[in-house]
Write a protein that binds this ligand. Structure first.
Ligand SMILES: [Zn+2]
Length: 80
């Protein structure tokens, strides 16, 4: 099987952050990563960024919940 070009590999790496790759896609990507250091680095970077974004989103939703709790507590305080 021919190795896919970098352009296609980076595309798969980006796709991988949004949804699980198919078996075929994973296989193609893995074969490419074996021979291409650039894409290995790109994958590591992309995954680090995607992890950071997920952490940020989680922290934000946590903050949103905290705000709701504080508002509810304040409302209870005003009523009493
Ligand atoms: Zn590559």
């Amino acid at each position: 099987m021919a190795i896919i070009p970098c352009r296609q590999a980076t595309l798969l790496i980006c796709k991988k952050q949004e949804r699980a790759l198919t078996l075929r896609e994973r296989f193609k990507l893995r074969a490419h990563l074996k021979v291409c250091e650039f894409c290995r680095r790109f994958l590591a970077q992309t995954e680090a960024i995607s992890r950071a974004v997920r952490t940020m989103v989680a922290a934000e939703s946590l903050m949103g919940e905290e705000k709701k709790r504080m508002e509810a507590a304040l409302e209870g305080f005003m009523k009493s």
